[in-house]
Design a protein around this ligand. Structure first.
Ligand SMILES: C[S@@+](CC[C@H](N)C(=O)[O-])C[C@H]1O[C@@H](n2cnc3c(N)ncnc32)[C@H](O)[C@@H]1O
Length: 267
């Protein structure tokens, strides 16, 4: 089975459901809301920077960075997602370039180099080889450019029955999607676990210098089973905002649910 065709078809079929979901809240975005979460908002200043968003889905986060002053390019495997991203850019009257491409082909399909490369929440599990992924990031950054990623924590996935450590053979599953408006229809997906050391070592091997590594006991998304919700006041660069955080406890202790890495391409 060719994982790219399988996953492309699965993501293509999810797009329309996602665009009409409360989870993604496209109507709110078109009224001016940002889809970005507190972790990345607190860390990144994108004003005036060229930004490449890898695995951008249908472009909500990419376009939210554009609203904050970045010159954005989004890349995704799914033609349906890219079509929707372009439509959304027109609707929101935001300048953005969206390119349909497998991430490993980005050195050929995306011509420019960028000051910032960004990827987030639920991206790297779709990739079989993190060394290749990190080389793509290094290839697309200007010297001195910054890579920032925020992802779901692989320790949490253990409790859902996934391996913590990488295995060559993918997990092949028929899944319903994660938005609240999902039907019972399933699509097949192929995914891979990546331990934290695999992520960090891939970036180091590609020539990036790690500047920070953070782990969080919460997910900003309500997308796992057994989550409890808290609303907290968070100081963000532009304002203090009420933000929802979702937690999971095991034997009375909170699990790590997300992590973030900031790295620089050596000049
Ligand atoms: C969970 S979504 C991205 C999450 C993003 N934070 C969001 O919710 O908007 C994962 C995306 O990765 C894309 N994708 C999966 N495999 C890919 C690949 N090999 N190359 C490029 N994009 C890929 C999918 O099409 C999908 O849009």
């Amino acid at each position: 089975m060719d994982y790219l065709s399988v996953n492309q078809q699965g993501w293509d079929r999810r797009v329309q459901t996602h665009v009409t979901s409360d989870f993604y809240d496209v109507a709110g975005f078109l009224k001016g809301n940002s889809s970005l979460q507190e972790i990345e908002l607190a860390h990144l200043n994108v004003v005036g920077k060229s930004l490449l968003h890898l695995q951008c889905h249908f472009g909500l986060d990419t376009l939210s960075w554009a609203r904050l002053g970045a010159d954005v390019t989004g890349v995704d495997l799914s033609p349906a997602a890219i079509t929707q991203a372009r439509k959304l850019a027109d609707q929101a009257d935001l300048k953005a370039e969206f390119i349909c491409s497998d991430i490993y082909s980005v050195p050929e399909t995306v011509k420019a180099e960028f000051e910032l490369v960004f990827t987030s929440y639920g991206a790297i599990v779709w990739l079989p080889d993190l060394d290749k992924w990190a080389q793509v990031i290094a290839n697309k950054l200007v010297a001195g450019g910054q890579f920032y990623m925020v992802e779901f924590h692989p320790a949490q996935a253990i409790f859902e029955g996934y391996s913590y450590f990488h295995q060559d053979a993918p997990d092949v599953e028929d899944e319903v999607t994660y938005t609240e408006n999902a039907s019972d229809d399933t699509n097949t997906f192929m995914s891979w676990s990546h331990s934290l050391s695999d992520v960090i070592n891939a970036l180091i091997k590609a020539g990036l210098e790690i500047n920070s590594f953070d782990e969080f006991a919460f997910s900003p998304y309500n997308c796992f089973e057994g989550l409890t919700e808290e609303t907290v006041a968070v100081e963000l660069p532009l304002a203090t905002e009420q933000r929802k955080r979702y937690f999971i406890e095991q034997k009375g202790q909170r699990l790590p649910l997300t992590y973030a890495i900031s790295a620089t391409k050596k000049a």
